[in-house]
Design a protein around this ligand. Sequence first.
Ligand code: PEP
Ligand code: MN
Length: 273
Amino acid sequence: MKDQEPFIIAGPCAAESREQMLLSAQEALKRDIEAVRLSLWKPRTKPGFKGIGDKGIPVLLEVAQMGVQPATEIMLPQHANRIMEGVLAKDSTARVILWLGARNQNDLIQHDIGKIIAGEPRVTLMIKNPMWPDKNHWRGIVEHVLSAGASPSQLLLCHRGFAPSSREFRNPPDLNMALSLKYDLQAEFGFPVPLLIDPSHISGEPPERVIETAIELITQADGLIIEVHPNPPAALTDQNQQLNWHQFDEMLRKIAEVAKSGAKSTQTYYNAI
Ligand code: PEP
Ligand code: MN
């Protein structure tokens, strides 16, 4: 992780085609961010486009070889296996970020994924909070993957807010809870587990609100995962909340301005450390 700067994963909600994936990776590379979001297997609230799926695995390898880490949600243990075989086994320099999403609350799956990535430091596993606001359950996901052999140093936490939606938020955040889990884990492991926020799923549309949410919450977190599409009006999922790359640049500029001014969030969050 780059010191002092937010850890950023940016890219489309769903990986849609090889062209869209490579274009997104080029944009991420230009900006020297840590990872490009390229979610192959999208969980859907209702039936719809589910991401490019297995066909995207060789593209993730291409992206890793371009020099930027791909990041994707894995819904099933076989997805993790396919990435181990199709990306990591093919190139010893490749690294990936995988994540367990808010809807993936089956502890057998969590355990098996922990087992598959165990002993592979080139895999980072991001644990998003569950849909409902229960710190103990969120922590339980961490414990399931660790009990299967994953290492604390492989983990990231991600706060994406909690259902149900409110007038202001698609998924209202509880940064106190997220930070409290981060600090509990830090006390246990003896080193900090980075906490990312997901302003796209916290805020929901329009992109201007996503940007405001990112600017507000980033002061409390270590980084963010954000949806950025090369052409949002043509996006196949979450069309109205994705930023374009120009908006992303504007957001980074504003975040840097706030950081420079030393301004603190107007909200009061947990400050155990
Ligand atoms: C996502 O990040 O694409 C996603 C589905 O989010 P969540 O798991 O937080 O709902
Ligand atoms: Mn989305």
